[in-house]
Design a protein around this ligand. Structure first.
Ligand code: FAD
Length: 401
């Protein structure tokens, strides 16, 4: 009697949480469980703006998968996923093939460029440890280069962050904290450095509470950030951003944060998708596929109150992993009454660098220090769910205030 094989693609929030939930329930006794990820480490995507700006070392955002998952119970394969062949129940990897009985797709996202020319060639993105390490090194290199030039090149010290959504604002917050340190280190006057936050929509942090947005903008402006709101970008070229209004900003550092789309593997594998995200059934399965679950940034679920998709967040990916792991347990045990996913949005907190943040928890608004402490509690809570107190003590943000 062969044990069914469960293959989990991606060791992000969704994938790691599913694997640990199945491990805790001892499901390896009833099923063969395989986790596939392109790195041998898991990183917390929601922390990446910090190592990108250089306010935190990237090692703090990542952990070896084998330190969290018991690889005697769950097989880990370090490889890249290329394509899923659902007809033959196979996954094509860079280095081979895998078959499955049940598949879980949690491959995260890639930057949304809206087809704007030049973005993928000339802009940085905040998406992985590799990509943020490059941003940090590049920023330092700009500072190191500036004083070496006889004719001072202002574009070396001009930083453009495209998109003033959640990620853009969090990154600008960290960057505005880091710049004074870099100025000090490289003997450069603070006024020489320009940080632009460029947003096409009529407000920063679209959809967020207006009072909190104002607080965030005032704070960031006081740290020298210049906002260009209602300012769509037309094109990115080497060393400059062209705006729809005819202006241009010369900059050697353009960071693209205008939202995400689902991992391209999803569309490449023939799933019906909107911006790379599959509109999943209530039990988190892909329509027409009884043995494939899709979650996190690869899945789309509708907020029925406003009839619009929920924004992709770690919060939702983690909650979906609970539903998916419960449903996998049921399927393995031959039960058919699968659970429906119901999001329970507890709130949103955006960090603004240093000890500053803004957020809404339930119907309470939070500013400054208390919001920043709440953000750290949220980050620690995830580590607790994943690896208990030992992981919080090892990787957590223990200095709350
Ligand atoms: P991810 O956590 O992105 O994991 C995907 C995994 O798949 C990664 O390990 C990746 O290496 C792997 N992978 C990708 N492609 C392949 C491949 N081809 N083969 C093998 N492996 C592959 N959300 C919140 O709820 N709160 C926040 O405060 C918040 N802040 C954010 C701040 C920033 C700077 C960013 C960028 C995002 C933030 N988000 C936040 C959004 C959140 O990070 C994502 O929604 C979340 O990471 C989605 O989880 P996931 O499991 O779908 O994918």
């Amino acid at each position: 009697n062969r044990r069914p094989k469960v293959v989990i693609l991606g060791a992000g929030y969704g994938g790691m949480m599913t694997a640990t939930r199945l491990q805790k329930a001892n499901m390896h006794r009833e099923a063969e469980i395989v986790l596939v990820n392109k790195h041998n480490y898991h990183y917390q995507t929601t922390w990446l703006h910090e190592p990108a700006a250089g306010t935190m070392h990237h090692d703090r955002t990542r952990m070896k998968i084998s330190d969290v998952i018991d690889t005697n119970k769950i097989q880990f394969i370090k490889d890249g996923v290329q394509r899923i062949d659902s007809e033959h129940q196979k996954v094509h990897l860079d280095g081979g093939e895998l078959d499955y009985d049940y598949l879980v797709i949690g491959l995260g996202s890639e930057p949304e460029t809206f087809g704007i020319p030049g973005v993928s060639q000339h802009a940085f993105s905040i998406r992985s440890v590799n990509s943020v390490r490059l941003i940090r090194e590049h920023i330092e290199y700009m500072f190191a280069n500036y004083n070496r030039q006889d004719e001072k090149q202002e574009d070396l010290l001009t930083f453009v962050v495209a998109g003033a959504g959640f990620t853009g604002i969090e990154f600008v917050g960290e960057l505005s904290e880091r710049i004074p340190e870099l100025c000090h280190e490289y003997d450069i006057a603070r006024e020489k450095v320009k940080i632009y936050s460029v947003e096409a929509a009529p407000s920063a942090l679209p959809g967020f509470d207006e009072e909190l947005v104002e607080y965030a903008m005032n704070l960031l402006e006081s740290r020298g950030v210049e906002f260009k709101i209602s300012t769509p970008i037309k094109e990115v070229q080497e060393g400059k951003v062209l705006l729809e209004n005819g202006d241009e900003i010369k900059s050697q550092t353009i960071v693209w944060t205008t939202g995400v789309r689902g991992n391209p593997v999803v569309e490449k594998s023939g799933f019906d998708a909107m911006r790379g995200r599959v509109k999943v059934e209530k039990d988190m399965r892909a329509p027409g596929h009884d043995n494939i679950f899709i979650f996190g940034d690869c899945a789309l679920i509708i907020n029925e109150e406003i009839n619009r998709p929920y924004p992709p967040t770690a919060q939702i990916a983690i909650q979906q992993a609970y539903t998916v792991s419960n449903n996998l347990k049921k399927l393995i045990k031959g039960e058919e009454n699968l659970e429906e996913f119901k999001p329970d949005i507890k709130g949103t907190v955006a960090s603004l660098g240093g000890k500053e943040a803004i957020g809404v928890i339930g119907d309470r608004k939070l500013y400054g220090n208390s919001a920043s402490a709440m953000k750290k509690i949220i980050d620690n809570r995830y580590l607790y769910l994943l690896g208990g107190m030992p992981l919080v003590l090892k990787k957590g943000k223990l200095n709350l205030f």
